[in-house]
Design a protein around this ligand. Structure first.
Ligand SMILES: [Fe+2]
Ligand SMILES: [Fe+2]
Length: 157
């Protein structure tokens, strides 16, 4: 496998681990009430998505998608992936607001419920997004990109 694409896949694996933590922690607090330990996990996962995942997505948009777009129509799968990146940022903004709400009133059950549902939307969207890239977009890239394009990518990774 191409070095750069493998790097993206490894980053996906780290993302999936964080999503699992986020899913579990928000579910526990929704069921059992606020806990400092779980809240710490939630804030850490949110920071991971804002930093590592954002950088990862930007790298895809700068390095990989334009090369794929040399071969695909403008309304192809890369446009769908770009749109999903934008949807993720919107959801993350809402999620960060619900983190701030919980911070302001830790025992408010409504706030914990919102935190859970906003987290769940991110977990669902991002895991599906990652699944599509791993199973559709990346194999497609290795098939349709030229030797030269793959070499360019490998030099980045
Ligand atoms: Fe992506
Ligand atoms: Fe990705």
């Amino acid at each position: 496998m191409n070095r750069y694409i493998r790097k993206l896949q490894t980053e996906h694996e780290h993302g999936i681990v964080q999503l699992g933590f986020l899913d579990d922690a928000t579910q526990r607090m929704n069921q059992k009430g606020f806990s400092e330990e779980d809240f710490k996990i939630v804030k850490k996962s949110s920071a991971f998505i804002s930093n590592e995942i954002r950088q990862h997505n930007e790298s895809e948009e700068i390095n990989l998608f334009p090369l794929l777009e040399n071969h695909l129509s403008q309304n192809g799968p890369t446009q769908v992936m770009r749109a999903e990146h934008r949807i993720l940022w919107n959801k993350l903004n809402k999620f960060d607001k619900s983190i701030a709400d919980v911070e302001s009133d830790k025992n408010n059950l409504e706030f914990l419920k919102n935190l859970r549902s906003n987290a769940q939307r991110i977990v669902d969207l991002l895991s599906e997004h990652i699944y599509k890239e791993n199973n559709i977009l990346f194999p497609m890239a290795e098939k349709i990109l030229t030797e030269n394009e793959l070499k360019l990518l490998a030099e980045i990774g």
